[in-house]
Structure formats: structure tokens, C-alpha cells
Design a protein around this ligand. Sequence first.
Ligand SMILES: Cc1cc2nc3c(=O)[nH]c(=O)nc-3n(C[C@H](O)[C@H](O)[C@H](O)COP(=O)(O)OP(=O)(O)OC[C@H]3O[C@@H](n4cnc5c(N)ncnc54)[C@H](O)[C@@H]3O)c2cc1C
Length: 408
Amino acid sequence: METIIPIRSRDRQAESDTAGMELKRMERIVDAAVLGGGIAGSCMAKALSDRGWETVLIDRKTFPRHKVCGEFLSPESRSTLQAFGLNDTVASLRPQRIARARLIFEHGGEIELPIPGEAWGLSRYAMDEALHLAAQRAGAHLHMATTVTQVELSGTGKGYRVRMRQGSEVSQIHARAVITAWGANGRVALGAERPKTSTNDAYIGVKSHYTGLTMEPVIEMYFFRGGYLGLCPIEDGKVNAAALLDRNEFAKAGKSVLSILEAAAERNRKLEQRLAAAVPIAGTQAAIAPVHLQRKPASWDMLPRIGDAAAMIAPLCGDGMSMALRSAALCAPLADDYLRGNLSLSDWERQFTGSIHREFAGPLRWGGFMQWLIRKPAIAQLLPGAARIAPVLANGIVRATRLKPYES
Ligand SMILES: Cc1cc2nc3c(=O)[nH]c(=O)nc-3n(C[C@H](O)[C@H](O)[C@H](O)COP(=O)(O)OP(=O)(O)OC[C@H]3O[C@@H](n4cnc5c(N)ncnc54)[C@H](O)[C@@H]3O)c2cc1C
């Protein structure tokens, strides 16, 4: 049953502070609020709804939307999708099968690596929308185009008050449990100041879909001074181009996503030739900045954090979505135990941070090493030769960046 809690006097003050905004006099109590409706958040919302908990999923964006991502879904993601009962949902979107990765360096050298298991190429536009629908079908309430502005402990000391804004309307919800899934750049007051991040290691991410390119079942990764660009075949014969670029190196590349992608292509002759016949699809461009790769994992900050909010592996590894899914899969049963009253908050924190450390520490370390390797032009020059001489070692390093298959 929906409970209406009167708004406290402090909130009345907030109401008068937000000039022109109407504070909705409705405060619902739900079991769980999931903040951020990317891959991690929607799977979490589905998992909790499947277990019978009244769950809201909140995202500031309107879906479907194009998102900066290589759109390469690693084989490890599949076992976790299966655990959420979502493998068939995603398969029905007709992703492209990907069997190999080809790395093409600035000097023209190439390495080709088999991908252990079957990977998929699928747009975030299609996938995130499908995951939302699946969460909704399971019973989750979706609040899209709604920005979470603050989370605080509720006055009763039990549960949390989540403040949000949709256009000019301000509302709040009371949730017994809150899970944050707001990605790497989620910025919301949690009572504590966010740690300041250095901008020295900051990158920009850009993406666009293209037609007119014939692709094998291969993800092509082009490296050059200041970054790299991946071409990934996705549904309906389209190709996604996503690049991660050093902000300083590309400061003069222009403001549009396509001009930045063109400037990137000019730095690798094979990429420039490859994209010569490609036609960008209007409306599919997106950009994100800053992207910080040196962030320390933080799976708990007053609240559980899942997905990129918890840890971000170098995008080069193509395992960010897999980690987002896995962190939700590790968190969901603990949230369930907490809501049942079988687990204290501190035990939830201890068990969740422990499992994230166990599963993610190795891949994050090796992912950081790979990112470091390709930033050194002198080393990148030697990589194709080294991979030919020691293919087992090259495959071993790639495997070390990946999560183990999911076991529930
Ligand atoms: C250039 C690049 C290439 C990549 N390529 C790949 C790849 O090929 N394969 C792969 O597996 N991974 C890749 N990744 C990583 C992958 O995109 C992320 O790991 C993944 O999207 C994380 O999912 P998430 O659900 O944690 O976060 P997100 O998908 O970022 O979702 C977070 C959501 O929270 C919402 N939000 C934020 N703040 C608020 C707020 N205050 N109120 C309400 N909503 C809020 C946002 O709108 C967003 O929808 C790449 C990343 C980059 C930058």
C-alpha cells in the first residue's frame, strides 16, 4: 500500500528555496530505489522486482538514447545476462556475432586474437531500451527524464529519502534500500563531498554509427597517438565507431563528434582508408567527458554502488558492460537478504565490497596494464612482433583482463 508521509518543515524550506518549482506533495515508500538506468541499474531493478520487491528505477535521460560505448558485448556478459533471465531478450535484438579482435597500430602492424567464446555487437540504443522493458515487465516502476538531486537518511532513521527533479517538478520518494548505478560521472549529494579527481588523466569518449562498411565477425581496434578507435559490427548491418581520446591531444579537433572522429582517423592511415566509404548515420552521435581511467574502485559510499559507479575497467578491454552486469548480479541477492531483514547494512557492505574485490581486482589491474602498454608508442611498435613470437602470452594477458564465467 502506498503511504503518504507529510513533508517536514526542513523540506518546506527547500520548497520555498526552489523558486518556481512545484514540490510534489507525494512521498511514496518503496522497497528499493535504483538510481541510474544504464545496464547495471536496469538489471538490478529487474532482479529485485523478480524477487517481489516494489522497485523504482530512475534515470535523468529519456530512453532510447545513444550512449558512448564500443557496443562490444563480451562472452562473459552472456553468462551474467543468463543469470538475470535476459539472454534471450538480448539475443532477440539480433546482435552481430564477433569471433576475433584485430588490433591495428599506427605504424601499420596488426595483431589478430581469437575471442574465447562468442561475443556480440549490439547498440546501447537497442539494448538499454530492451532492459528497461524487461525491468518494467517484472514490475519495476520507471521514472525517466528524472534527475536524482539528493539522497539522505530519512527522518525516521530507517531507509532513505531520494529527492528528484523532472523538468520543473520536484518530488521525493522514500526507499528502504537505495542502490546507486549512476555511472562513472554520477554527481549527487550524499551528505559527503565527492572526492576531487585529477583532470590530468582525463579522456573524451565519442561515438557514431555508420553504414557502408563491410565487416567480418571481427572487432577492429585502431591505435594512434592520443587514443584509439574501435569499429564494431552491430545489428542491421550497421557499424559502431567509438573512440577514447586524450583531451589535450584533441583539444583543437573541433566541437562536433564527427569532426573529432575524422581527426582521430587521420592519425592512423589504415583507419582513414577504412572509413573513406563509411557514411555516418544522423542522430547517432554522442560524446562524454571527462572519462577518468585511474579511479580507484569504490563499491560502497554510504550506499552500494554498482556498474561504472563502483569500478571502471579501461574501455579497451571491452568488459565494462560485463562488470556492470556482474556487480548487479553480486549485489542483488544481498539487497534481497537486507530487505528480508536477514542481513544488516554493515554485513551487506562487507560482503559486497569483498566480492567486488575478489572478482574485479585482477581484471582491473591487467586492464590498467594494457592501457599503459598502448600509451607507449615505442612499446606499441613492438607488440605485433611480440604477439607473433609469444601468442600464448598475448592471449594470456587478454584473458587476465576478463571476468570468470558467472556462477550463481
Ligand atoms: C569510449 C568507451 C568505449 C566503451 N566500450 C565498451 C565496450 O565495447 N564494451 C563494454 O563492455 N564496455 C565498454 N565501455 C564501458 C561501458 O560503456 C560501461 O562500463 C557501461 O556503460 C557501464 O554501465 P552502467 O550501467 O554502470 O553505467 P551507465 O550505462 O553509464 O548508466 C548510468 C546511468 O545513470 C544515469 N544517471 C547519472 N546520474 C544520474 C542522476 N543524478 N539521476 C538520474 N540518473 C542519473 C545516466 O543518465 C545513465 O543512464 C566503454 C566506455 C567508453 C567510455
